[in-house]
Design a protein around this ligand. Structure first.
Ligand SMILES: Nc1nc2c(c(=O)[nH]1)N[C@H]1C(S)=C(S)[C@@H](COP(=O)(O)O)O[C@H]1N2
Ligand SMILES: [Mo]
Length: 322
């Protein structure tokens, strides 16, 4: 473990209240027993029957993880989506992502790590106790939602594979399969969809490896079976349906940077003071609050997570590193 890993480990365990430990213990027992197996086999069948498999998580004790804003409805969060592999209209993914096959599923972890490997979904689900985290998600297009996600800190997986000293960045590569994804016929983005983070951003305890939302496994249109949520960055940094994680020395390009380098920078931190060339980022429309006379909300620096993540960018010019 390097010093960043250690600092985060200590910080999160020091503030974990006893009831959270109790919930975690309970969850581990659940996963150790027959429930783990039945959750996994229940996942595709429950989906086919139009019901979601339950995926509970203990309330997170990570600082900043439980936003108090009113939650967006599951209905809105699962029917207004950006998932271009399933079409570019907000309603497309809910309609077409039924063809996504989420089992079997594997994430291959490669590059500058001491212990590369392939993790199947079963192993990933058992790697660390599930937590519920209520995060704001803000899209660069100017809308936002508040969603109770279920998962655990990406740092848990990263620590396991032991990045070496050359691992400065982490690349996330998502599924690209024409047979399952009608949107791949369009040239809107380079496929596979790729995103990247700096290693310390990826190690931050708020970066969530996400398997569920609203106490259930992720709907396909929200990035099943496993995605990233980086709550202080614009939504497009939160890659869906991840199949590969690669540790690299040089800053990677994302699919969005390839599509338009002037509009989408590597960092893409939510910042009300840095406008997108086509849209102001000063305010946002909260989905579900969009009546004719509803006022927009002011967008918060780092999406409201400044106290937790501000120090990652100390001394950086956020206008040139947008
Ligand atoms: N693979 C993949 N991941 C993706 C996208 C995508 O098109 N493909 N869209 C991104 C964008 S622009 C946003 S705003 C969020 C939307 O997540 P949600 O539909 O769960 O709200 O997913 C991000 N992750
Ligand atoms: Mo977005």
């Amino acid at each position: 473990m390097n010093s960043i890993h250690k600092a985060f480990k200590i910080a999160s365990s020091e503030i974990t209240p006893p009831e959270v430990y109790a919930q975690r213990r309970q969850w581990l027992q659940l996963m150790a027993g027959s429930a783990a197996g039945s959750l996994l086999t229940a996942w595709p069948e429950a989906r086919a029957a139009g019901q979601a498999a339950k995926l509970p998580g203990a309330k997170s004790a990570v600082a900043g993880a439980m936003v108090l804003d009113k939650q967006t409805s599951l209905q809105d969060a699962s029917s207004y989506n950006n998932y271009y592999e399933f079409g570019t209209d907000k309603a497309d993914p809910a309609r077409t992502a039924g063809s996504l096959k989420t089992q079997p599923w594997r994430i291959s972890v490669e590059g500058e790590v001491k212990k590369p490997g392939v993790f199947d979904l079963d192993a990933l689900l058992k790697l660390s106790p599930m937590e519920e985290r209520i995060y704001r998600l803000r899209c660069v297009e100017g809308w936002s939602m508040v969603i109770p996600w279920v998962g655990y800190s990406l740092a848990e997986l990263i620590t396991k594979v032991e990045p070496n000293s050359r691992a400065k960045y982490v690349e996330f590569i998502t599924l690209a399969d024409k047979k399952q994804m009608p949107g791949l016929d369009s040239g809107v983005l380079d496929w596979p969809y790729i995103e990247g983070l700096r290693i310390d951003e990826a190690m931050h305890p708020l970066s969530l490896l996400t398997f569920g939302m609203y106490g259930e496994v992720l709907p396909n249109q929200n990035g099943a079976p496993v995605r990233l949520i980086v709550p202080w960055k614009y939504g497009f940094k939160s890659a869906k349906s991840i199949v590969k994680i690669r540790f690299v020395e040089k800053q990677p390009d994302s699919s969005w940077m390839h599509a338009n380098r002037r509009e989408y920078g590597f960092y893409s931190n939510v910042n009300p003071q840095v406008d997108h060339p086509r849209w102001s980022q000063a305010t946002e429309r909260r989905i579900g609050e969009d009546g004719l006379f509803t006022k927009k909300r002011p967008t918060l620096m780092f999406n409201g997570y400044e106290a937790q993540v501000g120090q990652l960018y100390a001394g950086m010019d956020l206008k040139s590193n947008y």
